[in-house]
Design a protein around this ligand. Sequence first.
Ligand SMILES: NC(=O)c1ccc[n+]([C@@H]2O[C@H](COP(=O)([O-])OP(=O)(O)OC[C@H]3O[C@@H](n4cnc5c(N)ncnc54)[C@H](OP(=O)(O)O)[C@@H]3O)[C@@H](O)[C@H]2O)c1
Length: 227
Amino acid sequence: MPGTSLALVTGASRGIGAAVARALHPSHRLLLGGRDPGSLTERAAELPGARPWPVDLTDFDALRDATAGIDRLDVLVHSAGVASLSRIEAAEPRMWRENFEVNLVAVAELTRLLLPALRAASGHVVVINSGQGLAARAGWGPYAASKFAVRAFADALRAEEEANGVRVTSIFPGRTDTEMQQAIIAREGKDYSPGDYLKPDSVAKAVLAAVLADPDAHLTELTIRPR
Ligand SMILES: NC(=O)c1ccc[n+]([C@@H]2O[C@H](COP(=O)([O-])OP(=O)(O)OC[C@H]3O[C@@H](n4cnc5c(N)ncnc54)[C@H](OP(=O)(O)O)[C@@H]3O)[C@@H](O)[C@H]2O)c1
């Protein structure tokens, strides 16, 4: 039976976000973020009590409206993300903007809008970063730069909000078996073998460990690599 704590998970329509929602379901009431109401309704049907929260995170007017009724929030998990990959010689401004708009600016704006609700609950912000947010590889520049930036965002947020009782965790997963990874492998021209990658549920367990940590503990950064 879902508990009384409220969690908003972005990117909950599939991949890591959907796994995080499943992991939080026993202990939290859930708002499931994504753009397509149909997919979110399907996810919600699997998680009794969960509610779809459909909004394009880069539509900041819609985001303000969508957050308006939330005055207390225990957990905010930022899993929505895009990975537009290119070598720098071919990366046009559009590609840098696309990565930064979703992976950084939307994360910052959604957090800003919900800060009063997070403070009210002494809440927890979890950012799904990436191994590319720790070390950038050739061909990953625009995505990696956005993930470095959102790491800095999380560090500054933690420093500013710790005194308000808000915890902030960055999760750095390696390659994980999701539609995003399938698209990346197709682009790299390789065969896709799901067993080569982390399971989304394994990343979700790390999120759960951070969220359910005892009140005296603040899990600030977790790196998870496929074995
Ligand atoms: N997969 C990996 O190997 C891997 C590794 C390390 C880190 N990560 C990070 O983990 C996070 C989740 O990745 P994933 O692999 O689960 O990706 P995914 O399967 O491609 O799912 C992406 C999710 O983000 C949502 N989203 C994208 N743009 C959005 C927007 N403008 N507004 C609202 N929602 C939007 C999608 O919703 P729609 O249904 O509306 O499209 C979808 O739910 C990302 O931040 C990614 O960078 C992934």
